[in-house]
Design a protein around this ligand. Structure first.
Ligand code: C2E
Ligand code: CA
Ligand code: CA
Length: 888
């Protein structure tokens, strides 16, 4: 028991807890979400970085361009200053010195301005940008060049190409920077804007580079070495740059470009320059015209620079917007990723809690169920848990039904509908089958009990209520009558001639006749009237709510008629009859036994008055009854008061006339009545247990008397016997054996000297009597059948009975009817064959005695020999016998 519990505990501890499984389950997707978020964040970080790089590049491109533009603008005034310082050229131009010095002053100021612009732009190139190194280099080169120009130690040509070289380097750095920023992370519109910047920058370069070459070419016109080749190339570059401007992508920039082209300064300048290119042989333009052109070019320059600023602004704005967007995306990706992570974590936690709570609850409930408490199973949580909960719930339901059925069986409530409910599953089937078996076993027991109760209350032969049930029925009918004031009637039916049928045709036929008679009586009564069998051939009919006594007499007539019809039986029809006594409850106090006795005594009178008739219990019978009751009381009193005496009638040996012994016969010396013979009070005593008391007294007295006579009896002489009459009721009582044994013990008389006389009818009627007789015989006493021949015992039956002696009834001895002596002789011979001693009763004449002697009858008793006599007289007979053997 304990080891099983510990095994279960160990089994429970073995698996990992549910939360561990759930955490492991949730961890994988959570890690995935984290990695994805990280990747997304990293990609947007990279995006933001390249956007920042692009922005820096655009800014660097713009600064480099501004520097380049500055360098280009520095060229003209710087060259001009060199020219003005050259006396040869000054002379050739032919301007007044005042004008010349004013121009020199103006150019010097322009040079200072452009130098500042250029240096500022170069200084502003972002340090991390690709073009930063080029900008630093340009600054260095410019510083060297400027100092040489200021010191006038550089030729015009050298100065110009030095400037152009630096400008070209800056241009290269510009494209370099732009290309470096051109990564795949940079969005297409930004790239396009950067390309636009490059286009406009190219145009700006072409524009700024064009003018010094043009002026130089115009100055050289007409000289032996005209220098219009560089100017022509510059013009071509300008035309190319203009053409390439058609590739601009930004619509606003295109619009601005279209506006710029159509500006009057630009169109006029372009027209003049175009004619100058076309006409190589034209004469040099006058100085004023040249100055006007340069001014127009300055205006165009300003417009182009403005266009470039716009393009740079656009690109810068786009790049900045890209950066901001990329940063925003990074932030939102991060927030989204963290959000997803958080939500997943939260969801996993909530789900895990729900699942583990539902499972925990289920586990707890299952545990309780396993311990036998049939709890209500809650259904919650995920579907699978619900499915298990539902299954557990239905299992609990089945267990509840099993419990309910067990309770119903335990209560014995077999009608409970719960017992009919089938139980699901193999276990349920087994339980249901065993419950059904139990139920049917209990039902069978109940049926058996009711059958036994019916058996106890009914006569098995006719299935009518038996004697005890009859008494109960009469009792309750009298109670009902007492309440309602109705009379109850009782018919006592005694069949006539039934004993003869029984003896003639056998018991089976007798039983059949009884059944048919019972059936006829039941058919003859009204519904509600009850027919009962008291035993033997005695029946009663109980009638409730009797109108008048005549109705009962009529019913009795119908019953007699019905019973008297021939009854078909084996071996032909038999005819019986019925004598009926009728009694009616007079008042509320009527006792059921009294009513039965009244009907009984009325039936007895009907029998006496010729059978086949009905007699009403009347005042005469009532008087007889009360007389009998008084007599019974008087007998009881007389027995107690010692008024009983015993007379002894000697029994002699027929062959030798020798005294064998005595029959003890009771006498009642009733005060005021003299000596009362037994026939007057024995029948009354036999109706109650009084006869047992009387017999017990006779047994005691007779054995005591014999013991007295035996005192000093010579051992050589055969001892006298004493015979005592035992009535049927006493013999049926199991105490009879004790009574006899007690009498023998009290007197010291040996059992062999005591003879018990019983009538044959007693033996035929009651099987218990035969058992008691056998027990008495085992004590050693002898048994004599009294009044043999008056009943219906055949001699053959005697063989199986525990009997020693046969006393032939006096009527056979006295009768002189034809064939009777032969019958007596036959009985004697037959009895001898079975080893029985034969005693002839009532021998009154010598002829009878002679005949008995001739028939070899063993013993005789009768007035001829001795009358019954008081004990002293009987005792006196013993002494002379010892002296003189022979008859008195
Ligand atoms: P029973 O047992 O057949 O007794 C014999 C009866 O016949 C006696 O009558 C006796 O006096 C009478 N008797 C004897 N010889 C003759 C005779 O030659 N001619 C005539 N006519 N009668 C003769 P009793 O004493 O009046 O007894 C009558 C019956 O009373 C007895 O018949 C017996 O059945 C019963 N009885 C007598 N005493 C007792 C007793 O102590 N206990 C019980 N239970 N019954 C007793
Ligand atoms: Ca007798
Ligand atoms: Ca007798």
């Amino acid at each position: 028991m304990g080891s099983r519990a510990s095994r279960r505990a160990r089994a429970r501890k073995r698996g990992a807890p549910l939360w561990a499984y759930l955490t492991a389950l949730v961890l994988v997707p959570l890690l995935g979400v984290a990695v994805l978020t990280l990747a997304a964040v990293r990609s947007s970080v990279a995006e933001a970085e390249s956007a920042a790089r692009a922005e820096a590049a655009v800014r660097a491109v713009a600064q480099l361009d501004a520097a380049r533009s500055g360098v280009e603008h520095e060229v003209v005034p710087a060259l001009a200053l060199v020219i003005l310082a050259d006396p040869v050229i000054t002379a050739r131009v032919g301007l007044p010195s005042a004008v010349m010095s004013a121009a020199a002053k103006q150019y010097r100021s322009a040079v200072q301005t452009t130098r500042r612009t250029t240096d500022t732009a170069l200084a502003q190139v972002p340090a991390g940008a690709v073009g930063a190194a080029a900008a630093r280099r340009a600054l260095g080169e410019l510083a060297v060049l400027r100092s040489r120009a200021d010191a006038n130690t550089v030729s015009l040509n050298e100065l110009y190409y030095a400037y152009v070289g630096i400008s070209d380097e800056l241009t290269a750095a510009q494209s370099h920077t732009a290309a470096a920023a051109n990564s795949e992370d940079v969005p297409v519109p930004t790239l396009a804007a950067m390309r636009d910047v490059q286009l406009v920058a190219q145009l700006a370069q072409a524009v700024t580079r064009q003018m010094p070459l043009f002026v130089d070419a115009e100055i050289q016109r007409g000289t032996p070495q005209p220098a219009d080749e560089p100017w022509r190339a510059a013009w071509q570059a300008y035309a190319d740059a203009q053409r390439q401007m058609s590739e601009l992508t930004s619509p606003s920039l295109r619009g601005a470009w279209a506006q710029l082209r159509s500006a009057s300064a630009v169109t006029a300048l372009d027209a003049v320059l175009a004619t100058r290119v076309a006409d190589a042989g034209a004469t040099a333009l006058p100085a004023t015209r040249l100055v006007a052109i340069v001014n127009q070019a300055a205006e165009r320059d300003r417009l182009v620079t403005h266009l470039l600023d716009t393009a740079v602004d656009d690109a810068q704005n786009l790049a900045a917007a890209d950066r901001v967007r990329a940063n925003d995306r990074r932030t939102s990706t991060l927030v989204l990723g963290l959000g997803i992570l958080l939500v997943s974590l939260l969801g996993a936690l909530v789900l895990g809690r729900r699942v583990s709570r539902a499972l925990g609850l289920l586990a707890g409930q299952a545990d309780q169920v396993s311990k036998g408490s049939l709890v209500e199973v809650e259904v919650l949580g995920p579907r699978e848990v619900r499915t298990v909960s539902l299954a557990l719930g239905s299992a609990v339901g089945s267990l509840r039904r099993i419990q309910a059925q067990a309770h119903a069986v335990a209560r014995g409530d077999l009608a409970d509908p719960v017992l009919a409910e089938p139980l699901a599953g193999p276990l349920g089937e087994v339980v249901h089958a065993s419950v059904e078996q139990m139920v049917s076993a209990v039902r069978q027991r109940e049926e058996l009990q009711s059958a036994l109760a019916h058996q106890a209350a009914h006569d098995p032969l006719t299935d009518l209520p038996n004697r005890s049930q009859a008494v109960e029925l009469v009792t309750s009918a009298l109670h009902r009558g007492a309440r309602s004031g109705d009379m109850a009637g009782l018919l006592f039916i005694d069949l006539d001639g039934f004993k003869a049928v029984n003896d003639a045709y056998g018991h089976a036929c007798g039983d059949d006749v009884l059944r048919q008679a019972a059936h006829r009586m039941r058919s003859a009564v009204r519904p509600g009237d009850v027919v009962c069998r008291l035993g033997g051939d005695e029946f009663i009919v109980l009638v409730e709510a009797v109108g008048n006594e005549r109705d009962l007499v009529d019913l009795a007539g119908r019953l007699i008629a019905a019973v008297s019809e021939p009854i078909p039986a084996e071996g032909g029809n038999v005819v019986i009859g019925a004598s009926i006594g009728v009694a009616v409850s007079r008042d509320a106090g009527t006792d059921p036994d009294v009513l039965l006795a009244e009907a009984d005594i009325a039936a007895y009178r009907a029998k006496q008055r010729g059978r086949g008739r009905a007699e009403m219990f009347d005042e005469n019978l009532r008087a007889q009854l009360s007389e009998r009751a008084e007599l019974e009381a008087a007998v009881a009193h007389g027995l107690a008061a010692g008024e009983m005496q015993l007379h002894y009638q000697p029994v002699l040996d027929v062959a030798t006339d020798r005294l064998i012994g005595y029959e003890a016969l009771v006498r009642w010396n009733r005060p005021g009545h003299g000596m009362v013979p037994p026939d007057s009070f024995i029948p009354v005593a036999e109706e109650s247990r009084l006869i047992c008391d009387l017999d017990r007294w006779v047994l005691g007295e007779a054995t005591r008397q014999l013991a007295e006579w035996r005192a000093g009896w010579p051992a050589t002489e055969p001892e006298p016997t004493v015979a005592v009459n035992i009535s049927g009721r006493h013999l049926a009582d199991r105490r009879v054996v004790h009574d006899v044994a007690d009498a023998l013990a009290a007197s010291g008389v040996p059992a062999r000297l005591l003879i018990l006389e019983v009538t044959e009818t007693v033996l035929v009627d009651d099987p218990a009597a035969i058992t008691h007789l056998a027990a008495l015989r085992d004590l050693g006493v002898s048994i004599a059948i009294d009044d043999f021949g008056t009943g219906y015992t055949s001699i053959g039956q005697l063989r199986t009975m525990p009997v020693d002696t046969l006393k032939i009834d006096r009527s056979f001895i006295a009768s002189t009817e034809h064939g009777n002596p032969e019958l007596v002789a036959l009985i004697i011979r037959a009895a001898h064959t079975f080893g029985l001693t034969v005693v002839a009763e009532g021998v009154e004449e010598q002829a009878q005695l002679d005949q008995l002697r001739a028939d070899a009858c063993d013993q005789a008793q009768g007035y001829l020999l001795y009358r019954p006599m008081p004990a002293e007289d009987a005792g006196a007979l013993l002494r002379p016998q010892r002296a003189v053997p022979g008859p008195a």
